[in-house]
Design a protein. Structure first.
Length: 255
């Protein structure tokens, strides 16, 4: 069973205080993994840990801004100090950076690329030497269908997610067979980020409903849908999967 495989694993989850990252953290906690969680909001991080303690006592939260290299280095060091090792990374930190190219500030462009892309590079740079010490290590990167489909007023977001997919494949090449590296590309998932993205579309008040109706399954994804896929990719059942990109979007990319 998957739960039996995770009880001796140490998992580092970023973007853990909201949306998909939070669901992933909760799912790993229920399956017995030791967890180091990170996010920018200390209050929400502490609340999450308190909610998880009744089912899993091996959960800690370390706040940080992962757009900064030093915060990623600190996160890896803290995980090793607390738990002695790292077996798996689940990378979910993300921001939108809305605005067409001529309207988007240079600061917002850099902030989006640093959070959505550079944070992956930073954390992997510092964590991979630790992952290489143990068999069966894995990195799971949360990208987006924006890697493949353009959305209005999302230039920084689309560029960062396309680059995240490319980086996934490149790292799988460099670090296999010791480490499996995979990406998932969610479609419209019912999270605060999706609600915020509506502002970039015409008639923003109906944008989320239109996204829902454009899926073949006629519903928004739920964060738990994404967590279920991450759980599978983290397990031994996915031991022959690396360098792969999984679209999980209710069928919206088939239109």
């Amino acid at each position: 069973m998957i739960s039996d495989q995770l009880e001796d694993k140490v998992v580092l989850v970023t973007g853990a205080t909201s949306g998909m990252g939070k669901a992933i953290a909760e799912t790993f906690a229920r399956h017995g993994a030791s967890l180091l969680l990170s996010g920018r909001d200390t209050g929400r991080g502490k609340s999450l840990v308190a909610s998880l303690k009744p089912v899993n006592d091996n959960v800690v939260f370390v706040p940080g801004d992962l757009s900064r290299a030093e915060d990623n280095e600190k996160l890896v060091a803290e995980a090793v100090t607390r738990f002695g090792r790292i077996n798996l990374l689940s990378l979910n930190a993300g921001v939108l950076g809305l605005g067409a190219v001529t309207e988007l500030s240079i600061a917002s462009w850099h902030r989006t690329l640093d959070t959505n892309l550079s944070s992956i590079f930073y954390l992997c740079k510092y964590a991979i030497p630790k992952l290489l010490l143990h068999n069966g290590s894995s990195i799971i990167i949360n990208a987006s269908i924006a890697a493949f489909r353009s959305f209005p007023n999302h230039p920084a977001y689309c560029a960062s997610k396309a680059a995240a997919v490319a980086l996934t494949k490149q790292m799988a090449l460099d670090y296999g067979p010791a480490i499996r590296v995979n990406a998932l590309c969610p479609g419209p998932v019912d999270t605060p980020l999706l609600q915020d993205s509506a502002a970039a579309f015409d008639h923003p008040e109906t944008a989320v409903d239109r996204a829902r109706d454009a899926t073949l399954l006629k519903r928004l994804g739920q964060p738990q849908d994404i967590a279920n896929l991450v759980l599978f990719l983290a397990s031994e059942q996915a031991s022959w999967i690396t360098g792969a990109t999984f679209t999980i979007d209710g069928g919206i990319m088939n239109r």
